[in-house]
Design a protein around this ligand. Structure first.
Ligand SMILES: O=C(O)COP(=O)(O)O
Ligand SMILES: [Mg+2]
Length: 227
């Protein structure tokens, strides 16, 4: 059974724990306006989330101006985006249904919990703390915490070493093909969630070990495996 013997669970953040696109969209729109570029929609931003803040801005500038930004232009644009996102981080973002309850339940059952996100670390910790769940995770790894981010397996192999657990004892839960690809490359099992952001694609196509429509389905999968 794929989920038996699991001792630690790595959770993705954006689109898995928190519906953060409303604020990411506002920050993107404000940054584009400050740069004198055309506006983009929240629906567009939803499809650009997944490879970290710099990729998000690169995709937004590309769509807005019709051109891929140069490295210099992107370097200029990033602090503008970061300033706007810092100012609205948790304004319109929300935890998905059941997230706080299920995390507390898993924590109380003795599972080790981590966040492995491509979001910059400086936003990840305050966002989780704003929803009162930050203290449940150790560690919280951001997209800039290590030299490579998901879909590279590095954050997950690092996590296994940090926890002193084998890949077979760790599970990845995420909404994006980057989460599933990272898990497969690290040799760990994965659950794909259907409600988040995956570039508009079906998460099932990435072939996670299980697909869930709701966060609340996760404990039952773990329990059935350990019976
Ligand atoms: O910041 C992103 O692009 C995605 O973040 P995530 O890895 O938590 O989904
Ligand atoms: Mg995600």
């Amino acid at each position: 059974m794929k989920f038996s013997g699991i001792k630690g669970i790595a959770f993705d953040l954006d689109g898995t724990l928190v519906d953060s696109v409303p604020d990411l969209a506002v920050a993107t729109q404000r940054a584009l306006a400050e740069l004198g570029l055309a506006n983009v929609t929240e629906a567009q931003v939803r499809n650009w989330v997944g490879n970290g803040a710099t990729k998000l801005m690169e995709r937004a500038i590309n769509a807005s101006s019709g051109e891929l930004p140069t490295a210099d232009y992107l370097n200029e644009a990033m602090p503008i985006f970061m300033r706007h996102y810092q100012a609205c981080l948790e304004q319109y973002s929300e935890l998905y249904d059941g997230v706080a309850y299920v995390l507390r339940q898993l924590h109380a059952q003795g599972y080790r919990l981590a966040v492995v996100t491509n979001k910059p670390h400086k936003f990840s910790v305050p966002l989780l703390n704003a929803f009162g769940i930050g203290e449940l995770f150790e560690p919280i790894l951001g997209g800039d915490s290590l030299p490579k981010m998901k879909p590279d397996p590095l954050p997950l192999t690092h996590l296994c070493q940090h926890w002193q657990l084998t890949p077979q004892q760790v599970l990845m839960v995420g909404d994006s093909k980057n989460d599933i690809r990272a898990a497969k490359a690290a040799g760990i099992a994965s659950i794909g969630l259907t409600y988040g952001y995956n570039y508009g694609e079906d998460i099932g196509l990435s072939e996670p070990d299980a697909v869930c429509e709701s966060f609340e389905q996760i404990p039952a999968l773990l329990e059935s495996a350990d019976k």
